[in-house]
Design a protein around this ligand. Structure first.
Ligand SMILES: [Zn+2]
Length: 261
């Protein structure tokens, strides 16, 4: 079965999110075959939702310095090889393939805009107001504005382990943030507020289940969670258990650092 534009339009409308702006995380493969590929999905998102935002992070621009602050879950001086392969961030740098092909396709959409954080930029359609809120020290501020505008996190064939909005809630709850560095045409830029690891985020799912809307399009399950309820649930969970939502990988530097503190 091939997914058509019509299937996407009907399915996304079925979520009944009204005029709420959305931040979308996605896997094109999860749908099965889509006629027209990622471009069709982006067209559908732009048609159904008033505002669409996607992460267009650029890990290729990251460099590891020789020294830096303590307790930063990084091995200083270890990145020689990666540093040599690092590229200068420019607003035209493609989104990292880890985000999936849909964000990169949206970034190149005729009416799309993109913010300019050298590691954690977002792109969007009708999202200028939200993107403009981002600064080097408040890179998740656009998510705060989406929340205030009664926005939604939309997960297309992916789960909460890629849900960037949970990082914003972690920050609000006072969880440790890290410092990373990016290569830019102006030199190496320090990027504070770099979030922890998201591999354990699926553990929040039961707490937001009653607010979660779901449709199926092709083989993909599409979930929409209101940001207000999501942020509230994460903050409450971290207040109760400061080690909640960490991952179980023994060698996870960032989760281990948070446990140590
Ligand atoms: Zn981890």
């Amino acid at each position: 079965m091939t997914v058509l534009l019509r299937d996407l339009l009907l399915g996304l409308r079925d979520l009944r999110l009204g005029n709420g702006p959305v931040i979308v995380h996605s896997s094109l493969k999860s749908f099965g075959q889509v006629e027209g590929g990622a471009g069709t999905v982006v067209n559908a998102l732009g048609s159904v939702f008033a505002t669409v935002m996607v992460p267009t992070f650029t890990y290729k621009a990251m460099v590891t310095p020789l020294t830096g602050p303590d307790n930063n879950a990084i091995t200083y001086g270890s990145g020689a090889g990666l540093n040599r392969a690092a590229e200068f961030f420019t607003p035209r740098m493609p989104a990292d393939p880890l985000m999936g092909i849909i964000p990169e396709t949206l970034r190149r959409y005729p009416h799309a805009s993109r913010s300019s954080h050298p590691i954690q930029s977002f792109a969007g359609i009708n999202a200028e107001r939200f993107l403009a809120a981002q600064t080097l020290t408040a890179h998740l501020a656009p998510i705060g504005l989406l929340e205030q505008a009664d926005g939604w996190a939309v997960l297309m064939g992916v789960d909460h382990t890629v849900n960037t909005s949970i990082h914003y809630a972690e920050k609000l709850a006072g969880r440790k943030q890290f410092v990373r560095w990016a290569l830019t045409p102006k030199g190496v830029v320090e990027c504070p507020g770099f979030p922890g690891c998201s591999a354990g985020f699926q553990a929040i799912a039961p707490e937001v289940e009653k607010y979660t809307r779901r449709v199926q399009i092709g083989n993909a399950v599409i979930q929409a969670v209101p940001l207000k309820m999501l942020l509230r649930a994460v903050i409450a969970r971290l207040k109760k258990d400061p080690l909640a939502l960490l991952c179980q990988q023994q060698d996870c530097e960032r989760c281990n650092q948070i446990r140590k503190l």
